[in-house]
Design a protein around this ligand. Sequence first.
Ligand code: SF4
Length: 343
Amino acid sequence: MSSRPDASPPPAPAVFPTWGAELFDAVRRDGRRRVVLQVPAGLVRNAHDLAAQLREATGARVTVAARACFGACDFPSVDEAPKADAAVVLGHAPIPNVTLARPTYFVEMREPGGDPAALAATIDRAGLPSRLGLVASVQHLGLVEPLTAALACGGRTVRVGTGDRRLAYPAQALGCNYTGAESIAAEVDAFLFLGTGRFHPLGLAFAVERPVWSLDPLQNVLEPPIDRGALVRRRQLAVAVARDARRWGILVSSFAGQNRMPTALALQERAQSRGRTAEIFVFDRLDPRDLEGRSVDAYVNTACPRIALDDGDLYPKPMLTPPEFLMALGDLPLDPYRFDTYH
Ligand code: SF4
């Protein structure tokens, strides 16, 4: 993990709803001269244009961080861009309990679209349960309040949860943290996720034992719940396959918001006390090729939990999350399944 060059308090994040003048003014006003720009996968094509706009509007030297980025947990480190005096990170809200190494401008790319009345009508037509929990990607958080009101007008009870210190906003979801949803799960019969793609509905389905509907608010397209039972059975099978592993590899990421070294050390101790060997491997961005040819029977990954859950099949040996590892050792039951919440 990169460290700050002096002992001054870590900088607070600057947050902007959209790309544009407000951000440019702040970068200029703060006197930033060298900026590293990070864009999410969906905006890679536009990275050059965005860099040019930022350069022109602020007069700063702008470089583009080329490494793939998956969340606000893996913003460019000081080692990756040593000369930059600030970072501009697109598409993510800051993670409140992750320490920043340098001044960072988060541009959340909020989406203003979506018609609450039309969305509520779609939900009514599909016959969703009357007690609903709302969860949203950061881009669509602005819809939570008006959609809650529209659904309440139709007689529904809508709950919005507040998560732990890894979440910046009520109703927000991260792929590794659905604590807001978990806090209200007992009060609702189903969840409605506002956003696009399967990444969050899938994570939410792992985290809460409730049906998770998914609504693309701009297209007004509602997707039925994912089969949670099938997801969980697949992971229980992965646990069963790894149960006899004697030599474990424990994976630790150096990204600021993915580093769980204390967890890794505790798991290493646990493995050894159960007669297994366990070696800790450190990396920044994990690549399946880095794990080839190692004398290891199975891995437990303390970095982003979605690597094991979504991409585990890409790796040469079974890869479990920390709770699954404890299941494999017999220290936790297989049922109920426990999602690896990154707090
Ligand atoms: S740890 Fe994974 S799921 Fe969590 S914010 Fe980072 S990339 Fe997203």
